[in-house]
Design a protein around this ligand. Sequence first.
Ligand SMILES: C[S@@+](CC[C@H](N)C(=O)[O-])C[C@H]1O[C@@H](n2cnc3c(N)ncnc32)[C@H](O)[C@@H]1O
Length: 266
Amino acid sequence: MSAFSVLETTAITDIWFVWRIIPMPASWDEVAADYDRSVGETGDFYHRIFVNPAIFDILGSVKGLSILDLACGQGYLSRILARAGARVVGIDLSEKMLEIAQASEESEPLGVRYICCSSADMSSIDDSSMDCIVSTFGFHDIKEIESTIEECGRVLKKHGKLVFAIPHPFSYAKRHEDEDGFFLKIRHYMSVREIPHPKYKETSVVAFHRPLSLYFEKLFSVGLRMVAFKEIVTDLHRGQPITDKRLLAFRREIPGFLVVGLVKTQ
Ligand SMILES: C[S@@+](CC[C@H](N)C(=O)[O-])C[C@H]1O[C@@H](n2cnc3c(N)ncnc32)[C@H](O)[C@@H]1O
């Protein structure tokens, strides 16, 4: 199916799969199958160990809540949320990611509704209709982050929560070593930069380094207030305990991931 075509809308009992016009081809299509292999049904190591415990801690019980999984990818988190009793809508720009998500929905129907659209224009989602928005490893991959945040402000109910996880902006800096151990050398922090995606360097997939103030100024401007801010450090490397004392000291000092919770106050 062409990314430029006007796509169809189908309703199958209580399961909805809505396709919309997509303004540009989504580069994540290129890596969707590979991404699905690494994420599977449970999330990959980074989801499971670092990010999801913090996300669920901030979310609390999701039973009965309407939740938007923003940049849902192949939908593993949408399904976890639906199994926990939430009414879930997953949106993503990549048709291929959503084909995988929809195939899972068909083999285990959980009532998740997937919409192929940009987070910068979620016009098929009503104003003030969502209790929560969750986004894991999405915000740093989205080019139009400012309009995405405006859309989050629009679709969230008053007192609704936005929880997102991104690689910590420090994680794009190069690691160096001297006689005192490992350290980061940071030449640019305030400049927004498009960078090859760390996981898919040989492809067209890109990510964006942004200073944290860029995210937060916009988030605050749409009436969101921060309620949780978790900078995540670890004693593990690819799931294994770190034995090198210098590397362990570095990993305990420099956060790899950031998980943030905000509440809509207006
Ligand atoms: C690293 S994947 C994360 C997927 C999923 N949230 C997870 O944690 O496995 C990033 C996703 O962002 C999606 N994405 C990038 N830009 C987007 C946009 N403007 N609107 C919606 N999704 C977007 C990509 O298609 C991709 O599926």
